[in-house]
Design a protein around this ligand. Structure first.
Ligand SMILES: Nc1ncnc2c1ncn2[C@@H]1O[C@H](COP(=O)(O)OP(=O)(O)O)[C@@H](O)[C@H]1O
Ligand SMILES: [Mg+2]
Length: 368
């Protein structure tokens, strides 16, 4: 990758490694991460606590130096560029508003420091308050606002200087579920309306799926998979991604060979059941496969032609869905999820005999 090839992208990260500390205390927070983020993209870094998300944001913002590798902004290498010269702003989880200042003063603070004219500041503050729907709150202090409103002030403050890139480090995690869901929609709309590149960090997979153009799934300082929400959910490329994103039945199989005609791989589970799997795997190899619980059909005995017999061990009513734990004759246990609206299997109770069906290609072969 060269500087040239990265033009048009907002961010280019090339083989970035970050090691904190030295010797026996050294921690590798990032291990050779490479990715590019498009201009106007809503890009999400998703992964469990400690996987290196904040470190990557801090490197982009200029608060940390890389140990190795390169970072490009709009095609230019930026190692020497101090934080205040980068067209980047950050929204943190703990919004750190000034408690003694009004909403208006909080938002204007950064613009004043940049030496903008008072008239321009007034206009811009009004503009961003409209964008985050805080009109009417100009003279309140943070203590007189709800958590969601305070987060909006933090967002407005970060948007005010018109950054090209906005970094958002778990900005919704302090809010309760309903508010978080509402803010997801709003954040996405603000990103679309302003055209600013958003780099959003979360450990919440649902949040990532709901908002992102693309997601980089991270674990232990490495990008495990990069793709759209649908790609990483439906075609996870390894066990970590399959497990971390949504629920998955993960089984060990032996690849028997290609299935003539269907384009799938014929595989056998450890218990002896044959399934047709999507993805690649050499004959004789023993990878794992992931099967999403909602892709498995379930019904009473005799309800489907090619059903596999099983015992219902557990039924959990989840409101929208009903979750079954079933055990096949060969001992294999699977989780099955059915929307209650479909009524399928609604009569099944623990201890009942039932049948399931795993459609061809529903199982995805994983790399490790
Ligand atoms: N300043 C630091 N000094 C030493 N280790 C750090 C420092 N910051 C982060 N780390 C370590 O680097 C790893 C990645 O941390 P971080 O980027 O904060 O992860 P995340 O944001 O995904 O939770 C963790 O193991 C963390 O303990
Ligand atoms: Mg973090």
């Amino acid at each position: 990758m060269t500087t040239q090839s990265l033009r048009g992208d907002a961010v280019g990260i090339e083989q970035v490694t970050k090691i904190y500390g030295e010797g026996a205390n050294a921690v590798a927070a990032l291990k050779g991460v490479s990715l590019t983020i498009g201009d106007n993209e809503f890009f999400t870094l998703l992964g469990p606590s400690g996987c290196g998300k904040t470190t990557l944001l801090r490197i982009l913002a200029g608060f940390e130096q890389v140990s190795a590798g390169k970072v490009f902004l709009f095609g230019e290498e930026i190692e020497q560029l101090p934080p205040n010269r980068r067209p980047i702003n950050t929204v943190f989880q703990h919004y750190a508003l000034f408690p003694h200042m009004t909403v208006e003063e909080n938002i204007a603070f950064g613009l004043k420091r940049l030496g903008r004219e008072p008239a321009e500041i007034r206009a811009r503050v009004g503009e961003v308050m409209e964008i985050v729907r805080l009109g009417g709150f100009a003279h309140r202090r943070p203590g007189q606002l709800s958590g969601g409103q305070q987060q909006r002030v933090a967002l407005a403050r970060a948007l005010a200087p018109q950054p090209k890139i906005l970094l958002l480090d778990e900005p919704l995690s302090a809010l309760d579920l309903k508010l978080r869901q509402q803010m997801r929609v709003e954040l996405k709309q603000i990103q679309e309306n302003t055209g600013i590149t958003f780099i959003f960090v979360t450990h919440d997979q649902e949040e990532a799926l709901a908002m992102s153009d693309r997601i980089a799934v991270m674990s232990q300082g490495e990008v495990q998979q990069l793709g759209t929400a649908q790609e990483i959910y439906e075609r996870p490329n390894n066990r970590f991604v399959a497990d971390f994103i949504g629920d998955a039945n993960i089984l060990a199989v032996t690849v028997l060979g290609d299935d003539d005609g269907s384009g799938y791989r014929r595989c056998r589970t450890a218990q002896g059941m044959e399934i047709l799997c999507a993805g690649s795997g050499a004959p004789g190899s023993t990878p794992h496969v992931s099967i999403r619980p909602e892709r498995i059909a379930i019904g009473a005995v005799g309800s489907m032609a090619d059903g596999i017999a099983c015992d219902v061990e557990r039924v959990v009513y989840l409101g929208t869905n009903r979750q079954f734990l079933v055990c096949l004759a060969d001992g294999l246990k699977l989780t099955v999820l059915v929307p209650n609206a479909l009524r399928a299997g609604s009569e099944l109770q623990p201890g009942d005999k039932a049948v399931i069906h795993v459609p061809p290609g529903t199982a995805q072969l994983l790399k490790d």
